[in-house]
Design a binder for this molecule. Structure first.
Ligand SMILES: C[S@@+](CC[C@H](N)C(=O)[O-])C[C@H]1O[C@@H](n2cnc3c(N)ncnc32)[C@H](O)[C@@H]1O
Length: 453
């Protein structure tokens, strides 16, 4: 779904500087250390038990268990009646809105008022501090938008020391600065674009030739870390604090990358919050802490995605990672290490839910505003004959049974827009989630097709 090619823009080719990847001294917070690399996790039996307990705390209506076609799914604990609400998430762990809709879709409840600019604006508190490290410091026009005062208040209440607000405004400001920079210096823009295309193609070719693609991807992430550290090490600690010295190191990002960075910042903020909030008995903190623990158990699909869209490796490592590493506020810096950012991106790929306009557009078209991640709602598999539906009510999402269900039956939603189509179209559509659909309906139709041959 998020597969458009990134723009060609600023980058420096420092990939040859990497000699020894093992000498990285990476700091990890308590939460970071429990997030394993997306490809190299070997769980102990105690960890497996802990994970099972956690997954089974999601709902009393179902248990998360292995499916016969691979991976995990949700299975009814008892017979259940149609219309039972088997799961409910009050808000996502993180969400992101596409840039064109940032003033029109509420930052709290995702309300969209037919394209009207929302009235409630939250600006940076750092506007008056000229020497701040925040990029949003001098730009009063930057804001986060909400549909109502309660929505804005809710956002403020969930924030800590304005960290989330300032981080999001930082991204906005840097995105705009990147656009403006190119506008004024067309020659530089052209050169940068050419250099970037070249670096991207080089990486794609190397990727195609790599014997071990997973190892290659891991190495590129480590190189990205080293490159960032190298660039930053050229600045004195005092210089690093002045945002104007950093701005030229920050890659220009495209709109997909902008959206992804905002989603990542949301997760990083939740990590910071859970690690640092003194009063973690607050219901909002304990709720996100649970969702965050479940988040660690989600399936990651970055290798499959990069295999299909090789240009994304460049986007992830040389743009998104670099942008985060150089621009992100100090408090979340310790979370910006390859394993964490890679894992956040990888887990989004097959687990995020689209944020859509409600189905009442005059022409019947739904518009995609962005995406959100609800960890505890990420274990429902797809079926072309679903027995469960997810209903979005603002930022809240509920899961309701479409049929009566027998004990041990799998609860499945519909991921695609093509369940009314034939087998081939459905299978092609679902390939975007990197799987061959093995739901009962597909298996039956495949068997029928094979019998006719
Ligand atoms: C949101 S996750 C669902 C939970 C996942 N099975 C797990 O173990 O984490 C989506 C992924 O589950 C698998 N999946 C979902 N529905 C499937 C189906 N009908 N047939 C085969 N695999 C499916 C695919 O790997 C897909 O990318």
């Amino acid at each position: 779904m998020w597969n458009q090619s990134p723009d060609n823009d600023i980058s420096s080719d420092l990939s040859t500087l990497v000699d020894d990847l093992t000498h990285l001294d990476l700091q990890k917070s308590s939460l970071c250390s429990t997030i394993t690399s997306p490809t190299t996790s070997v769980a102990s039996s105690a960890e497996v038990d802990e994970a099972t307990t956690l997954l089974n705390s999601i709902s009393s209506y179902f248990s998360v268990k292995p499916t016969k076609y691979g991976g995990r799914g949700c299975f009814a604990n008892t017979d259940l009646a149609q219309d039972t609400i088997v799961h409910e998430c009050s808000m996502p762990l993180s969400s992101t809105i596409a840039r064109p809709f940032r003033k029109e879709v509420c930052g709290s409840c995702f309300e969209f008022l037919h394209g009207k600019t929302l009235k409630f604006k939250l600006m940076s508190r750092k506007n008056k501090q000229n020497n701040s490290t925040s990029a949003s410091a001098s730009d009063c026009s930057l804001a986060l938008y909400f549909c109502s005062q309660p929505c804005m208040d809710k956002f403020i209440a969930l924030d800590i020391d304005d960290l989330y607000r300032e981080s999001l405004l930082n991204v906005e400001s840097l995105f705009i600065k990147g656009l403006n920079q190119c506008q004024y210096d067309l020659e530089r823009k052209k050169q940068q674009e050419e250099a970037e295309t070249e670096a991207e193609l080089k990486l794609e070719n190397e990727l195609k030739q790599a014997k071990d693609i997973e190892l290659f991807i891991s190495q590129k992430w480590q190189e990205a870390e080293i490159n960032c550290q190298l660039q930053l090490s050229k600045l004195k600690p005092k210089q690093r604090k002045n945002f104007n010295n950093l701005i030229y190191l920050i890659p220009k990002i495209n709109e997909n990358e902008y959206m992804e960075i905002k989603y990542i910042i949301g997760i990083l903020f939740q990590m910071y919050k859970c690690d640092n909030c003194e009063n973690n008995k607050l219901s909002s903190v304990s709720l996100s802490s649970l969702e965050l623990q479940i988040f660690q158990l989600l399936q990651s699909s970055d290798v499959e995605k990069i295999r299909k869209y090789p240009y994304l490796l460049y986007s992830y490592t040389n743009k998104i990672y670099k942008f985060l590493k150089i621009s992100t506020l100090e408090k979340v810096q310790s979370y910006i290490i390859p394993s964490i950012i890679r894992s956040i991106i990888g887990k989004k790929l097959t687990n995020a839910y689209g944020i859509w306009s409600i189905d009442n557009e005059p022409d019947g078209n739904k518009e995609l505003f962005g995406y959100s991640l609800y960890s505890s709602a990420s274990f429902f598999n797809h079926s072309c004959n679903p027995n469960l539906i997810n209903i979005e009510k603002g930022a809240k999402t509920i899961f309701k049974l479409l049929k009566n269900i027998k004990k041990n039956e799998e609860l499945c939603i519909n991921y695609s827009d093509s369940i009314n189509d034939g087998l081939e179209i459905r299978q092609k559509d679902l390939k975007e989630w990197f799987f061959d659909c093995l739901c009962e309906r597909c298996v039956e139709e495949m068997n029928l097709k094979n019998a006719k041959k």
